[in-house]
Design a protein around this ligand. Structure first.
Ligand code: CMP
Length: 295
């Protein structure tokens, strides 16, 4: 019969797979998609034991597949080459011709063969057209192999170069690294809208953005190492300007206030630090403005 999963995928050959750059393998997703995938992983008894960093990489590297009504996603007894998360549609699980149950959006599946290197324990079939996020085995394995330390170090050194953060104690920086997420934006895309409520803070890791008030007035251009949205970590203020991506694939490290609260647990300290930093900035602005202008 026709196999549900291609066995000679594009990442065939382990050497090639290990050399695959994560940056290239990442697929942009909006935050609701990331949340759906992440929640699905967290709700799976086997996957929820993985490290948060590994989960994040998995979420980033999953790509979209569409299955039509009646199509087999997984064939029982075959080797497993993908791990999946159902985003939209309806699936049924069949074992030895017997219906075991149905799967609804927000479910991760196909984890058993990937985690335990066994044959598929059941078949999975699309009851209606279904949108599914997939991660191939090779990518899963390289994510697991890539040491948590390497990624941590990479972001840590980057954060040390960000003016806002560079004076923070090392252990605080390390904790911020733990609660970072990476988000991607296309040219012309609004990262922040003036007047909206916000609870995230952004640091540009790649690309450029424009800061502007009433469109199309541009206030300034921000680049790698610059940050914005920091006021959201200090107060409940609405966004004071628009921030628009100037390039395709602008990458931002995102710190979420709630995440930060939960994982770092020293929100007040950071808040105090940021407040002081912002005050310092405005003091130096005042000083600059008070200086005699050159003719
Ligand atoms: P895997 O064995 O890789 O491929 C088939 C998948 O179906 C399996 O991983 C699980 O994700 C899922 N599965 C297996 N048994 C059941 C069950 N009894 N109920 C729901 N899902 C199942």
């Amino acid at each position: 019969g026709v196999s549900a999963e291609p066995t000679s995928g594009k990442y065939c050959g382990s050497l090639k797979a290990q050399n695959l750059s994560f940056e290239r393998a990442r697929v942009r997703k909006d935050s609701s998609t990331k949340k759906l995938i992440n929640d699905a992983i967290m709700n799976n008894d086997f996957l929820k034991k993985l490290e948060p960093q590994h989960m994040r990489e998995m979420v980033d590297c999953m790509y979209e597949k569409v299955y039509t009504e009646g199509q087999l996603v997984i064939q029982e007894g075959e080797p497993g080459n993908y791990l999946y998360v159902l985003a939209d549609g309806l699936l049924e699980v069949i074992q030895n011709g017997k219906l075991l149950g149905q799967m609804r959006p927000g479910t991760a599946f196909g984890e058993l063969a990937i985690l335990y290197n066994c044959k598929r324990t059941a078949s999975v079939k699309a009851v209606s057209q279904s949108l599914i996020w997939a991660l191939d085995r090779q990518m899963f394995q390289s994510i697991m192999m890539r040491t948590t330390q390497a990624r941590h170090q990479e972001y840590f050194s980057f954060l040390c170069s960000v003016s806002l953060l560079k004076d923070l104690p090392e252990e605080k920086l390390a904790k911020i690294v733990d609660c970072l997420e990476v988000d991607y934006f296309d040219k012309g895309e609004y990262i922040i809208r003036e007047g909206e409520e916000g609870n995230t803070f952004f640091i540009i890791a790649k690309g450029m953005t424009t800061e502007g008030s009433l469109e199309p007035q541009e206030i300034k251009t921000l680049g790698v190492g610059d940050y914005f949205g920091e006021k959201a970590l200090i107060s409940e203020d609405v966004r004071s300007a628009n921030i628009i991506s100037k390039e395709n694939d602008t990458q931002c490290l995102v710190v979420d206030r709630d995440n930060f609260n939960q994982m770092v647990g020293t929100y007040e300290e950071l808040q105090a630090y940021l407040k002081e930093y912002v005050e310092q900035l405005s003091r130096s602005d005042e000083q600059r403005n008070a200086m005699p202008q050159s003719p």
